[in-house]
Structure formats: C-alpha cells, structure tokens
Design a protein around this ligand. Sequence first.
Ligand SMILES: [Zn+2]
Length: 331
Amino acid sequence: MHIDEFEIAKLPRSQKAYEMYDVAARPDGGMWRVPVLTITSAQEGPTFVVIAGIHGDEYEGPETIANVYQQLTPDQLKQGNLVMVPFFNIPAWEAGTRTSPIDGLNLARVMPGDPNGSISYRLGYYVTHKFIDPSDMFLDIHSGGVALNICTSIYYYATDNEIGRKTKAAAEAFAAPAVIGSINPQNAVYGCSFRTCWDRNKAGMFTEAHGAGRTLPQEIECFTAGVFNVLKHMEMMEGEPDTHRTTHHLVGDKKGGGSFNASVAGYFKPAVRMMDQVTTGQRLGAILDFSGAVLEEYVSGRDGYVTNLRATPRTSVGDNVIGITGGERLR
Ligand SMILES: [Zn+2]
C-alpha cells in the first residue's frame, strides 16, 4: 500500500500491526518503503507519534521503538493510538550515513518536504503530513553522530504558550537525564521536525544521545522507559511516569555565548567533560596545529553545563565543537 493511503484516523481499534508502506520506486522495480508500527486501544483518544531513523547512522530510536512494540499490547492502552516509525530514512539506513545516498540531502533539513521532490523531500512530506499533523504529541528520537557527542536529553519548547506548556510537561514525564527547554524554537534549524512542529503549532519534542554509530544500554533503557512514561502522562496507560533518571533541567538556545563552531581547522582538545558545570570565562578547550600550538581557544560566555562536545579530534572549519546550556542541577 502507498503511504498516501495511510491515515491514523482510520486505524482499526484494538490492533497491533507492523506494515511497510511504499513511498517511491527504486530502479530495480522495488519500492523505497517506510515501516510503520501501530498499537491502538479499544477506546479512541490521543495519538502519540514516535519516529526515528531520520538520520541513517543513529540506532537508539529504532532499538527503543522495537522494544516498546515488543512489550506493549492493545489491551494495555487505555485510550488512543501509539504510532511509531523505527526507520524513516531507509536509503540512509542502507548506506549507514547521516544523509541520503540517493540525493545527498539531510532529511532533517527538508521538512515540510515536497511530494513531487527527490526521495528526501518526499520522505519529509510524509513525516509532516502523515505523522506530525495528525499527532497530539510528536517525538523524534535522534543522537549524536561519530563526530559529535551529545548528552542523553529530551528537548521541549520553553515558551509561554499552550504547546510550550504541553511539551514541557511531556518532556519532564519522559525524564531523560537532561530535560532541555529551547527558548527560541522559531530560530531552530529550518527543515527538522522540531521546527516543523513549531511552525504548524504541533507539540514536538526530540531526543539526543551519545550516538557514534552504536547504542549504550542505559540510553536504550532510558528512552524505552521514556516512551512508556509519556504514554502514562497522556493517560494512555495506567500508572505514573518514573522520573528518577532526570538530573538536570536546562534551558537555552544556540546563542548567548554557549555554542562554539571552529573557525580554523586542526586538532580539537577539550578542557572539559560532558555535563561538567562551567562558569563564564572558563577555558573550555582549544584547536591545536600539528606542532601543538594553539590556533583557537574557546572560553565560556555563560554559566551552565557542557551538553555537546566534539567527539573526534579532527576538526574542520565550521564544525561544532562545544555546546554549553544554562540551567540547574536537580540531583
Ligand atoms: Zn539525528
């Protein structure tokens, strides 16, 4: 079946199903397809959508979604629909790369997409119209790549409006170690699901994790528990969210002295570790030349915690090397 025909509103009640939906033709006569896992309650109610595999080298989301699907049955859902896509970007999955090997595009930069565009634009169109638009809560599971290490975190809109309050409460229920509010979602990078949800007034969240082309057991446990926590928070399952994993509640954006991109190429040597608390003026690291001489030094422009840290020393111009996010340590 083509994904054009997939409608969350028309899903049968009390069903658990794994289906592959066609998106576009492959040259071998087959189709590029998208896997969709659905679990519906006997009772109608809210729709929670969880997607992953927007980037082809991130595996936390697919493993989390498979865990949830294996554990959950329709009778455990009090109401509503859980709709999950474990790998949206099959072309990038096959290549094991962040971007698509077919059109070279980053799927997290082309939403809301185009149904007549190249494969990434088509996938972006279906993320937007088939999964974001009909959702009551939307979660996109990402992680760092080989080059960038990111703390285990969930992001919400730190804004004084309905979707701000809604996503903050859901992110606190998800309870990653770091719960991070984005204070200027209108400036979030264009084309990703978080920005697309914001632009369409939909409640969107995303995760980050260490990544590097493999998974860590504690992050899979955390994200799996997180999906169940949100189901409980949305009153789709019995029980209360277990929020013991959260240690930091942070807020920030990419501005204000907290994010550093390399303006020279060389060897990156950090002076801090992930989740270290830093103060304004503290030395964070440097880029060195082959002799060890300092080419560029990074000094924190704010108080906060290290949330992003380049994982590999090799650094090119424009690479993100350090991210500091303000906020408080809870425990
Ligand atoms: Zn990603």
